[in-house]
Design a protein around this ligand. Structure first.
Ligand code: GLU
Length: 433
């Protein structure tokens, strides 16, 4: 398997790590530039694709339960719409910044292109601490945010979905707010909705399931059997917990899991269903009986076959990349690995299934949901899952071909594929006016 890295700068890996630039948007640009270089993209097109098409910042005044008003800041960024409507999740987190949302929007453009969906890329974020807000406060904030971004969303324009700390209920509130304003039910304005209002069967597990399908393919490349393989998962939210459950169903051994408060480890295996029940009660996996406590950093450096970051950006950096022992990393999170870390991992021969492929199952079933909404005709879960499997496996195959063709590691191959598809759409459409 060719893992030669050509155009990424070749840093000498020093003991004292130099300061890495962890700004997610600049990281997204570095990743894009690398692909643009391989594709010898026209300089004008490069300029267009390096920056988002549209950035909206909104003030969101919310009446809190104590009667006071608090103004939250929210963003919606649309990176590119050459291949179809903008598509991407909405994130609630205290550390949201406009640069993070810009990066996440660009990654959505490359993700939808990697799996070949007729979409562009977008992302939303609100700076807030959802864990410290009541359900009523979250509803009022979500509805006001939806009303503020209403001019730039819609089933043919930009379609939000869940992301970190948002869920089907959040989408239901956005769908209702939008529908009340346009005067009729408009299920296609968001995906990841409850099934009762036009959501799709299989959507809640889709990111984890898509990750499983591509890891099955990566295992073939690395000649590892998924059955009995040891798996460490960082993050135990919607995605991480589904990954644990689905991988365990395939008889992989979940040796460690973690959340924002820390992690647990048991080399003989952790039962994901028990962990999910424990977390429901305790609010964390930490303290779960039958496993010893470890930190998030220790989890990343564990001896295991497959490592699955399923939380936030920049967890695998130049600082710890050298300590990674996994043979395969599947990025269920967006942006977990920095470009410097990528370089180290490529040299170590770790097969990194990049985020824009590894977690694309979520947006793929979002696409199925939207297609079902638009036609008003719904599929059974088996149909959703088998269509998901074929999209993911074909995308893995396309990326693998691109690896062979350009002699690059998987992330570079996926970017070359995705950027090439978007560039083609931009070129054939031409520049307006
Ligand atoms: N937030 C998910 C992602 O990062 C899903 C986006 C979507 O379904 O539109 O891919």
């Amino acid at each position: 398997m060719a893992t030669v890295v050509k155009t990424v700068p070749q840093p000498v890996v020093p003991r004292m790590a130099p300061r890495e630039d962890l700004n997610p948007f600049r990281i997204a640009q570095i990743q894009f530039d690398m692909a643009a270089e391989y594709l010898k993209l026209d300089p004008g097109l490069r300029q267009i694709l390096r920056t988002p098409k549209r950035v909206m910042e909104v003030a969101i005044p919310v009446k809190l339960d104590n009667g006071q008003v608090k103004v939250f800041t929210g963003f919606r960024v649309q990176h590119n719409v050459a291949r179809g409507p903008a598509k991407g999740g909405l994130r609630y987190h205290p550390n949201v910044t406009v640069d993070e949302v810009k990066a996440l929007a660009a990654w959505m453009t490359w993700k939808t292109a990697t799996v070949n969906l007729p979409y562009g890329g977008a992302k939303g974020g609100v700076v807030c601490d959802p864990k410290r807000m009541s359900k009523g406060e979250l509803e009022r904030m979500t509805r006001r945010y939806a009303a503020e971004i209403q001019p730039i969303i819609g089933p043919e324009v930009d379609i939000p979905a869940p992301d970190v700390y948002t869920d089907a209920q959040t989408m239901a509130w956005i769908m209702d707010t939008y529908s009340m304003t346009v005067g009729h039910a408009s299920p296609g304005v968001v995906t990841g909705k409850p099934v009762s209002i036009g959501g799709s069967e299989g959507r809640s597990d889709a990111t984890g399931r898509g990750c499983l399908y591509v890891v099955e393919e990566a295992c073939k490349v690395k000649k590892i059997s998924l059955r009995g393989a040891s798996v460490a998962i960082q993050g135990f939210g919607n995605v991480g917990s589904a990954v644990a459950r689905l991988f365990a169903e395939k008889k992989a051994k979940i040796v460690a899991i973690s959340d924002s408060r820390g992690g647990v480890h048991n080399p003989r295996g952790i039962d994901p269903l028990r962990a999910i029940r424990y977390k429901e009660r305790a609010g964390t996996v930490v303290g779960m009986p039958g496993a010893s406590r470890i930190s998030n950093d220790e989890l990343l450096a564990l001896k295991c076959d497959i490592l699955i970051p399923a939380a936030l950006e920049n967890v695998i950096t130049l600082h710890n990349a050298d300590q990674i022992k996994a043979k395969i990393i599947a990025e269920a999170a967006n942006g977990p690995t920095t470009p410097h870390a990528d370089e180290v991992l490529a040299r170590k021969g770790v097969f990194v299934v990049p985020d824009i492929l590894a977690n694309a199952g979520g947006v793929t079933v979002s696409y199925f949901e939207w297609a079902q909404d638009l036609q008003g005709f719904f599929w059974q879960v088996q149909e959703v899952n088998s269509k998901l499997e074929s999209v993911m496996k074909r995308a893995f195959n396309d990326v693998h071909e691109s690896m062979r063709k350009f002699h690059v590691y998987p992330r570079a191959a996926a970017y070359i594929l995705a950027v090439g598809r978007v560039a083609e759409a931009m070129t054939v459409r031409g520049l307006f006016p």
